[in-house]
Ligand binder design. Structure first.
Ligand code: SAM
Length: 472
């Protein structure tokens, strides 16, 4: 039985509701009047139900698809402007007791090099990340109660926040670790994390069980109800996602939106972010063994319809995607990307020798952070290193309310420009610096509130003079 307010996975992710939604979308995809009425509703920027979104995704009319792409772009600009938040993953450990068949960390893999960073090694990684210009990290680790207990993760977070190298600082640590207990989520919250991120991988229970044959992650309900426990533990920014390519995209697209509806219905605030990773080749993982690969054109549509269905949610694309694909996806609703990423454990300090491979997957965008920043500037996106919201207590429904009523732009634009200024003063190449300075000069005028604009102008001059970390 489908019940978005239930705390039970089988009820808020109802298999029968997903199947009947897919059927409904198939039957009605050619009904132009119905699709147009959904697009009309979407124009109000209040989001769509999973059924309406599934209908848009299924519709193949080229005109209407173009309309979907245009609307996704407009909605993104309305809530997020052209700011793109930058982050990098930091892999702490690839020891793992699970049996996930698509992930090379799985316990039976004997070819991958197993590594776990010491606190000293974490320091070195963080200094390397700070020297690139990063301010926001996503911590990644395999699930291993003995090698990677929660105490290790907590200690690592403390280490990361404590390092201030030159003008560098990691100001927001998001955490992507396995589903855990309410008590552990509380400890993560007390450690000052930003978003707790957990990918569902797939919402299809029987496929989930086949893909996760062993280990604690094999428990579908434990994994699917993780965000409920995180909320109970006081973490109010949670990030969801599926790994596209494991299950049919139709099933997981609907499941993902149902999960967002569940969080909104139950806690009054939907997910802070949605990640949209696609399965990649990895150490002993061959993508040809998976039959549900999502082609580019469909993936672009998935991103665009997600943007329309959940207009207020941040949307993340990693370096799993190529520069070309990321360029297109930025036009369709993506608000956060990683840059200069390494998916190997310890990879920021030194590239791994040929004979070692601790990486989780092969990335497709190998550019440095500076190259990504310059590319964003060329495309007229504002690379933002902002971390102000959660540091100012704007999390959960407080953040969403400000975003929904548009007030956030008085904070976001100046914060983006100030953190871009810090980046170009401290880390940028001369070409990136010149382009960044020109953008800052041009866009400061767009800050709506005069008082904030004047204050931002003063802060920008102070950054030129060596001061750091201003925020609204
Ligand atoms: N161990 C944690 C967990 O169980 O959720 C942390 C997640 S792992 C470090 C980060 C994510 O990488 C996984 O949730 C999965 O979706 C993704 N991943 C694993 N193998 C992948 C592959 N071959 N290609 C792309 N992404 C992959």
């Amino acid at each position: 039985m489908y019940n978005p307010k239930s705390k039970t996975a089988a009820e808020f992710i109802s298999d029968s509701e997903i199947l009947s939604t897919i059927e409904y979308a198939r039957e009605n995809a050619a009904n132009r009047a119905l699709v147009e009425s959904v697009l009309e509703k979407a124009r109000a920027c209040k989001g769509l139900t999973h059924r309406e979104a599934a209908l848009l995704l299924e519709c193949n009319d080229p005109d209407l698809t173009e309309h979907v792409f245009r609307l996704a772009n407009e909605i993104k600009h309305r809530f997020y402007g052209n700011r793109i938040v930058m982050f990098a993953p930091l892999y702490l450990s690839n020891y793992c007791v699970n049996g996930c068949v698509y992930c090379p960390y799985h316990a039976k893999n004997r070819t991958i090099s197993r590594k776990k960073l010491t606190q000293e090694e974490i320091r070195a990684e963080v200094i390397a990340l700070q020297d690139m210009g990063h301010k926001r990290l996503a911590l990644e680790a395999g699930e291993h109660p003995l090698k990677n207990p929660i105490e290790y993760i907590l200690e690592s977070i403390e280490t990361i926040y404590s390092i201030k190298h030159k003008n560098g600082a990691i100001r927001r640590v998001n955490v992507n670790i396995a589903a855990t207990t309410v008590e552990n989520y509380r400890r993560l919250r007390d450690a000052g994390i930003g978003t707790y991120i957990l990918f569902q991988e797939t919402y299809n229970k029987s496929n989930y069980e086949a893909l996760h044959p062993t280990g604690p992650k094999s428990d579908y309900a434990w994994h699917t109800e993780a965000m409920d426990r995180a909320m109970q533990g006081g973490i109010d920014d949670v990030g969801i996602g599926v790994l596209f390519g494991l299950e049919t995209y139709r099933y997981d697209f609907v499941g993902l939106l149902m999960h967002a509806e569940h969080l909104e219905a139950t806690y009054g605030v939907g997910p802070h972010t949605i990640s949209l990773p696609r399965l990649c080749k990895a150490d002993d993982v061959d993508t040809d063994d998976f039959e549900n690969a999502v082609p580019d054109d469909i993936f672009y549509k998935i991103v665009a319809v997600t943007r329309i269905a959940v207009p207020y949610t941040g949307m993340i694309i990693s370096t799993r995607e190529s520069a070309r694909s990321r360029e297109r996806l930025l036009e369709l609703g993506i608000t956060q990307i990683s840059g200069g990423s390494r998916t190997s454990v310890g990879g920021y300090v030194s590239p791994e020798p040929e004979e070692e491979n601790s990486a989780q997957f092969d990335i497709a965008d190998h550019r440095s952070l500076d190259e990504v920043v310059e590319w964003l500037l060329d495309l007229d996106h504002i690379p933002s290193f902002c971390t102000a919201c959660y540091r100012e207590g704007r999390t959960g429904d407080r953040f969403m309310t400000l975003l929904k009523n548009g007030q956030i732009s008085n904070c976001c634009l100046p914060n983006a420009l100030m953190t871009l200024k810090e980046y170009i003063r401290d880390y940028a190449s001369p070409a990136t610096r010149a382009k960044g300075e020109a953008m800052i000069k041009r866009l400061l005028e767009d800050v709506p509130n005069e008082r904030v604009r004047n204050k931002a102008s003063e802060y920008l001059s102070r950054i030129d003079n060596g001061d750091r970390d201003f925020r609204f």
